[in-house]
Design a protein around this ligand. Sequence first.
Ligand SMILES: C[S@@+](CC[C@H](N)C(=O)[O-])C[C@H]1O[C@@H](n2cnc3c(N)ncnc32)[C@H](O)[C@@H]1O
Length: 296
Amino acid sequence: MMEGPATHDNSTMSLADVTFSSIPKVDTSLYNLSSEEAVFFKAQTGIDDDEDLKKHILEIQAKAYEARDNSVTISTYPEYEHILKLGRERPDAVLLDIGCCFGVDARRAAADGFPAKNIIASDILNDFLELSHELFKTTPASYPGYHLPGDVFDPGFLSIAALSNDIPPAPAIDLSSLKSLNPLHGRISAINATRFFHLFTEDKQLHLAKALAGLLSAQPGSVICGNHVGNLEKGVVIAHILGSEHRLFSHSPQTWTSLWDGEVFEKGTVKVETELVEVAIQEVQFLVMRWSVMRL
Ligand SMILES: C[S@@+](CC[C@H](N)C(=O)[O-])C[C@H]1O[C@@H](n2cnc3c(N)ncnc32)[C@H](O)[C@@H]1O
């Protein structure tokens, strides 16, 4: 997310410090569903006409003007088939879509066969979770997946748990009774954290990584995956987006790997994969790091 080359300084500000009012209202030029995404949204919403679908999606975006992206991302990850397999084969495997906004990735996984009753979509803003139903033309009664609002930095919602190699026995938790993520410590099979970590400072990214690690099941193959702004060397990337300057703390593939393998998890107990990809949005170039952390 940079105009020209990335620049670094020692600031600890991040996009999380930017007030929503400084972010421009919905920009219709950002509507660019891929043909695969269009097929997905048409199947999910029952809207077949391209113009009607565009109008519907832009109407929902306009209601949540700070959320301008409806991309389906989880299905582009190399771990996606593995996640779907966990949903099919591991009894009561739970998938958590954290910082989910409208929960588009959660809906995609449900559409592709991960049992929706075992999917939790969570965001700090309950409005986004409610708009998810409007976007997908569902209700809490018609869609069996769960929406759980909460702040990942509120220990009452998500505390950092000591890591354990124990695999909690059945019976599974009744997801419908959840008020926080804490009862799921050590019980989640797959976590999707797409476009999430870069909202936060370096310290908070470490806190979040530890908190999510505490949710992950110790069963081999349990996985956390995501993407966010990255860089060749760790530091603050100054990004000029739609006329505003944002400072994003970004890990490099090396520092991100050693954070998970050695700092968050005991070294050698996870496999970390990373890939830096150059992406252009609105003619602004930036590096995105796609990553996964799998329990061995
Ligand atoms: C950039 S969006 C990414 C949304 C979605 N994962 C995607 O890829 O389209 C980041 C989301 O994180 C949510 N968020 C920000 N701070 C949060 C927090 N402290 N706890 C939980 N969610 C948070 C925002 O409300 C927003 O929906």
